[in-house]
Write a protein that binds this ligand. Structure first.
Ligand code: SF4
Length: 168
């Protein structure tokens, strides 16, 4: 399946726990002041790749703990990222997904769009909400502003409440 991406980082230690690859979705409906990745906002920009091309890159790195979906807005391409995510999980890697939507907005959207729920459900961790420049804090782990949360998706779906992720 095709995805439109802004880029791919093969190895990162700042975009989630452990050593990770990062796939940047191209296209975002927002334009948050201070956005860390403004070139990823145009939904017709970036480049189109097949998911198997991304999987081939990931397979070369045996040190990866997981893969992070960043952006841009991965939920604008929920079906494609969910499908890629499923294949990544089959390889034993975890998924962290960044989104400008809040957890509550995604659950609401997911009632009408099951692809949104699929992408949410295959994510182990969700960093939710847009970047807010006035809430910016450089000391936060894996998030840029205080309004964002790093959510443990599986526990939150089970408990029907937001459970923040803890990393040991
Ligand atoms: S939601 Fe994220 S990618 Fe989209 S404009 Fe805001 S900071 Fe940028």
């Amino acid at each position: 399946m095709e995805l439109r991406i802004a880029g791919l980082i093969r190895e990162s230690v700042v975009d989630g726990p452990g050593i990770r690859s990062v796939v940047f979705a191209q296209g975002c409906p927002r334009s948050c002041p201070g956005c860390h990745n403004p070139e990823a906002l145009d939904p017709s920009g970036g480049r189109v790749v097949e998911d198997r091309e991304i999987l081939a890159v990931l397979e070369k790195n045996k040190l990866l703990r997981g893969v992070t979906f960043s952006g841009g807005e991965p939920f604008m391409q929920a079906e494609a990222f969910a499908q890629l995510g499923k294949q990544i999980k089959e390889k034993g890697l975890d998924i962290m997904t960044y989104t400008g939507y809040t957890w509550e907005e995604l659950l609401h959207m997911g009632k009408k769009n099951r692809k949104v729920m699929e992408l949410l459900s295959i994510s182990d961790y969700l960093v939710d909400g847009p970047f807010v420049e006035t809430e910016k804090d450089l000391n936060l782990a894996f998030r840029g502003s205080r309004n964002q949360r790093v959510i443990d998706v599986r526990k939150s779906l089970r408990k029907r409440d937001v459970i923040l992720a803890r990393f040991s």
